[in-house]
Design a protein around this ligand. Structure first.
Ligand SMILES: NC(=O)c1ccc[n+]([C@@H]2O[C@H](COP(=O)([O-])OP(=O)(O)OC[C@H]3O[C@@H](n4cnc5c(N)ncnc54)[C@H](OP(=O)(O)O)[C@@H]3O)[C@@H](O)[C@H]2O)c1
Length: 339
């Protein structure tokens, strides 16, 4: 066994887009579990857009990562030693051990995973927080009905892939929006969306052609010019699932308007009786994980739920990969193979 731990720390708070110097990779001793605790070796780390928020000390729904602390993040891995009867060495688990190879965790914060349903790394995407986000947002806010038109931004990404395929399974017409021809091809040919529009090309004519009956549900992952183009095309009683607005994450609060992306005119919200609602998956999601798994498992077995991962190699590659995620460089759910 490697006798050192490897960790990625937050060295300083980014101004605008993060840069590699905001992180520090260090070697430390492997920690020892206390009573009721488990030592876990991570095999994969999830990189997710919310981590940009944790790097900032602006007021938010979750506490920031402290300077000098290990970056926060979900992992999947293997139990090395256990001081809790519910886990034994070799058990395969998911948890939130952060950007590090080894971590001591309270047993109550770990969940065993079944790799016969999907490979281990899928528990960071399809069957992890992003997939659960897709399911919760559709169940609670999007409520898509057969025959409705559902538009999904960042459609080839971790959340977008699952949103679109769940909406297809519920009988909707599903239109993705993604950056570039390769991502759009994947979304239609591999994931089975009805169409996918390239947001690097003018969106208005593409939306007119792909959504002749207007839009009933818009799943918002990006904001900016994509939101601006989608918004006027809502049907009466449309629902906008405010999942995230990644186009704004690198813009400092209080930055001048010239640096801000465009936003929609919200006037039609009243006239069209739209429902716009934000949510955070951790509010209710993990308590409903079994119901989520019950819907996803047969879809995976029937190959009606496909997914794509973008794998960075080695923990030291995590900062660069994360910086790329905030610029659309990932193609599929971004994970790090820790090695
Ligand atoms: N509310 C919740 O509980 C919750 C939970 C999980 C995730 N989220 C949010 O869901 C969204 C998607 O997350 P994800 O994990 O699935 O990420 P992802 O889609 O796998 O990756 C991010 C994608 O966003 C697009 N993007 C990046 N920078 C952009 C920019 N400046 N302007 C426009 N598009 C940009 C890129 O796709 P293209 O190249 O296709 O543009 C990029 O590949 C994020 O906003 C995230 O914060 C919310």
């Amino acid at each position: 066994m490697t006798d050192k731990n490897l960790q990625v720390l937050l060295r300083r708070r980014p101004q605008g887009a993060p840069v590699p110097e905001d992180f520090e990779v260090v070697e430390t001793a492997i920690p020892t579990p206390g009573p009721g605790q488990v030592l876990v070796r991570a095999h994969f780390l999830s990189l997710d857009p919310y981590m940009r928020g944790r790097m900032s000390d602006a007021k938010s729904y979750a506490k920031p990562v402290a300077l000098g602390a290990v970056m926060e993040g979900a992992t999947v891995g293997e139990v090395v030693t256990s001081n809790d009867p519910s886990f034994k060495p070799g058990d395969v688990v998911m948890g939130g051990q952060g950007w590090q190879r080894f971590c001591v965790m309270d047993a109550a914060r770990l969940r065993k995973v079944d790799t016969s349903v999907a490979p281990l790394s899928a528990y960071l995407g399809l069957l992890g927080m992003p997939g659960l986000t897709a399911w919760v947002g559709l169940e609670d806010i999007g409520t898509p009905k057969a025959g409705e038109t559902v538009v999904v931004s960042a459609a080839s990404g971790a959340v977008g892939q699952v949103v679109g395929q769940l909406a297809k399974a519920r009988g909707c017409r599903v239109v993705g929006i993604a950056g570039g021809a390769a991502k759009c091809d994947f979304v239609v040919k591999e994931l089975g969306f009805d169409a996918c529009l390239d947001h690097r090309q003018p969106l208005d004519p593409q939306l007119d052609a792909a959504c002749p009956d207007g839009i009933d549900v818009y799943w918002e992952n990006v904001g900016g010019h994509v939101q601006e183009a989608v918004f006027p095309r809502f049907n009466d009683f449309g629902r906008m699932v405010m999942c995230g607005m990644i186009a704004q994450y690198n813009i400092a609060p209080g930055a001048d308007a010239a640096g801000a992306p465009p936003g929609p005119n919200l006037g039609p919200v009243v006239r069209k009786r739209l429902r716009i609602q934000g949510f955070i998956v951790s509010d209710t999601g993990w308590g409903r994980y079994d119901a989520f798994l019950a819907e996803m498992t047969p879809l995976i077995a029937e190959r009606r739920m496909r997914w794509r991962e973008d794998v960075a190699d080695g923990l030291a590659a995590a900062p660069r990969a994360f910086i790329g995620l905030l610029q659309g460089e990932n193609f599929g759910k971004l994970v790090v193979r820790i090695g």
